[in-house]
Design a protein around this ligand. Structure first.
Ligand code: FES
Ligand code: FE2
Length: 386
């Protein structure tokens, strides 16, 4: 029998089996089959074991998030990631990076168990099926000369490489032409050094982490080992301005940003400017203005692994100390992240309450209040009220 005929017959018999099985189930429950389907909440587009409310997942899945460092994909050829509970495989074919579901279409084995020989595409560990650009199946070793049916191609997602990171979107808007990606000022500017701090995992919700990044009232309590002064807890007033991507805040204070060991370098009475830009749902950016025109540009891209886990990606650009080892920047930032994680991982409820009555607020929380409002404006609701 020709190969395609065999496939068609197989599909037809599977379809017949499914129809008969569905009919029997409906008959035994006393419901018509259509009634059963109409009443069931639709979850077939969600990842298995999804930790989000379906409506919230569908809103969050329209946005772009980083899932891997480009250098890691280049070194290892094959990297696993989880985004919004969806398990993904990230691999490189020639110069193209592919993000696809980490599940082989043949028998469901994770592709991250496989390999990517000579960057020719990910090869499944079980029967050796190989997948190339756009997740297309390019090889079936058991049938080297046969036609490859479309059903064998992987489900893949759009990819953008920005700021040294691989970004993807699980459910791009219909007709979207350009990705709506958070902007990172100074990354591509002459005189700025580009640094990718290795990602940092947090056992907490991305919304809590981002809110903490925007919060200026905790410096004097949490960050005294790294940069802040325990005797300088006062938060001067500031305003938030809406932007086309979210909102921004210019915050002036005397809290320095040098590591504690270099705090003496701050000129007397120097006012530090921290310029925050928030791109909901889970990305925020901070430019810290140092003395003598120094600028530190930090992207806080919180990638939601699930509703309870976050992988924080942090590209940094700076126009000073560019001759110093980047390892010092990694170490310093990891220390700051760990200080924050100590709080974020303990907060209750674990989710971010979007109902303003559920937590108490102080004037210093202006950024947090704007952040919560912008999430609410996206239509997110139930999930965020634990
Ligand atoms: S399960 Fe992947 S090739 Fe068979
Ligand atoms: Fe912090």
């Amino acid at each position: 029998m020709p190969r395609s005929l065999f496939c068609n017959e197989l599909c037809d018999s599977l379809r017949l089996f499914a129809t008969a099985f569905g009919g029997r189930l409906a008959a035994s429950s006393g419901l018509s089959r259509n009634t059963m389907l109409d009443n069931a909440p639709r979850t077939d587009d969600l990842p298995r074991h999804c930790t989000f409310e379906p409506a919230d997942w569908r809103i969050l899945a329209r946005h772009w998030y980083p899932v891997a460092e480009l250098r890691e994909v280049e070194d290892k050829k094959l990297v696993g990631a989880v985004l919004l509970d969806e398990k993904l495989v990230v691999y490189k074919v020639d110069e193209t990076v592919v993000v696809a579901n980490d599940i082989c279409t043949h028998r469901g084995v994770p592709l991250t168990l496989g390999s990517n020989p000579d960057s020719t595409g990910v090869r499944c560990a079980y029967h050796g099926l190989q997948f190339g650009k756009n997740g297309r199946c390019v090889k079936v070793p058991a049938h080297p000369d046969g036609a490859i049916p479309n059903k064998l191609h992987l489900k893949s997602y759009p990819v953008e490489i920005r700021y040294g990171l691989v970004w993807t979107c699980l459910r791009p808007e219909e007709g979207e032409t350009a990705p709506k990606m958070p902007l990172m000022p100074h990354w591509d500017e002459a005189g700025f050094q580009q640094i990718n701090v290795p990602p940092f995992d947090i056992a907490g919700f991305a919304g809590r982490q981002v809110e903490g990044f925007l919060d200026v009232a905790h410096f004097a309590f949490i960050h005294t080992e790294t940069f802040a002064d325990p005797d300088n807890p006062v938060v001067p007033p500031y305003v938030a301005k809406p932007t086309d991507y979210g909102f921004e805040v210019e915050y002036w204070s005397t809290v320095g940003n040098y590591p504690s060991s270099k705090a003496h370098l701050t000129p007397k009475d120097y006012q530090w400017l921290r310029h925050f830009r928030c791109s909901p749902p889970f990305t925020a950016h901070l430019t810290v203005h140092f003395p003598d025109g120094g600028k530190l540009s930090i992207l806080n891209a919180a990638s939601p692994i699930s509703a309870r886990k976050t992988r924080l990606f942090c590209p940094i650009a700076r126009n000073f100390d560019t001759h110093l080892p980047v390892q010092d920047v990694y170490d310093f930032n990891h220390k700051v992240f760990a200080e924050d994680a100590g709080m974020v991982e303990q907060q209750k409820p674990e989710n971010l309450p979007l109902d303003p009555r559920l937590e108490a607020h102080i004037p210093a929380d202006l950024s947090s209040i704007n952040y919560r409002r912008s999430l609410r404006d996206m239509g997110l609701s139930h999930f965020f009220i634990a």
